[in-house]
Design a binder for this molecule. Structure first.
Ligand code: SF4
Length: 269
């Protein structure tokens, strides 16, 4: 298994990306990943799902917070977090939108460039499990990713490409559930006192809508990347997905992949 990041083996970004794309194409010709040509996009959330949405998000966080792990951490700063949550709750949207990018705590993608350029920030890039390939060697509903550059499944996987392209200072996270990423963010904040956590995280639009207030509550800044393909668009589908029952595959569109890679490229500079 080749764990060495492929980007480190090339003289520059362009050469590394060219090498990755060439091996991806060759792997797809020999042994294409199932679902590589994805089924049509699911429509967005139903009207019924969108009703009392913030209340549904609150209920979900509390009901599934086993051992009250997230809540206990949130209670360490009850006034600050309470006030932030309250402010976010009463805004019409918890984010600003720029295409597939949902911006939290920032007003533009350019503002995020400046945050990325500051090495004192803890920079997290998270990937929802629902766009892992069906044949993922680490399993889909897990927080693992071997990103094996010699494995034809990983060679065709956008997550594999992005992880190989990330500079060492960036922390990749593979996200099975909302509570997993919530805990992970709290852990990183506690392990890095005085440092700001910034993020790029892929997720369904429904999740980005539902849990933006919680990100704003702790004051982290970053970009939620909207997934396409077989997304969750009802509460039932979301609840099943949080238990690992996700028969469909989501995707990051080609255009949005490019936007993410361009951001990662900037983080090398
Ligand atoms: S790169 Fe990671 S997520 Fe993608 S197939 Fe390989 S192990 Fe799975």
């Amino acid at each position: 298994m080749s764990k060495l990041k492929l980007w480190n083996q090339h003289a520059n970004w362009e050469a590394a990306e060219q090498a990755w794309d060439a091996q991806a194409q060759s792997a797809a010709e020999r042994q294409p990943n199932k679902g590589l040509k994805v089924l049509p996009n699911m429509p967005g959330m139903t009207e019924e799902t969108a009703r009392f949405f913030k209340w549904k998000a609150f209920k979900w966080i509390i009901a599934k917070d086993h051992g009250f792990k997230v809540l206990k951490k949130a209670m360490r700063h009850p006034f600050r977090y309470g006030w932030n949550y309250f402010k976010s709750l009463f805004r019409q949207k918890s984010y600003l939108r720029d295409g597939d990018f949902f911006l939290y705590g920032i007003s533009s993608v350019e503002e995020f460039h400046a945050l990325m350029a500051d090495p004192s920030h803890v920079f997290v890039v998270g990937f929802s499990y629902c766009h892992k390939p069906f044949e993922c060697p680490s399993g889909r509903f897990t927080d693992q990713c071997v990103h094996d550059a010699a494995n034809p499944v990983c060679q065709q996987c956008f997550i594999g490409k992005a992880v190989h392209a990330l500079p060492e200072r960036v922390i990749p996270v593979f996200i099975p559930t909302v509570h997993y990423i919530g805990n992970k963010i709290f852990e990183l904040m506690e392990a890095n006192p005085g440092r700001e956590v910034i993020f790029i995280i892929t997720a369904c639009e429904m999740t980005l809508e539902m849990f933006g207030d919680w990100g704003n509550m702790v004051g982290i800044k970053g970009i939620g990347v909207r997934l396409a393909g077989r997304i969750c668009n009802t509460m039932k589908a979301f609840e099943l997905s949080e238990e690992g029952i996700k028969p469909g595959l989501t995707v990051v569109t080609d255009e949005t992949q490019r936007r993410i890679l361009d951001l990662i490229k900037l983080s090398w500079e």
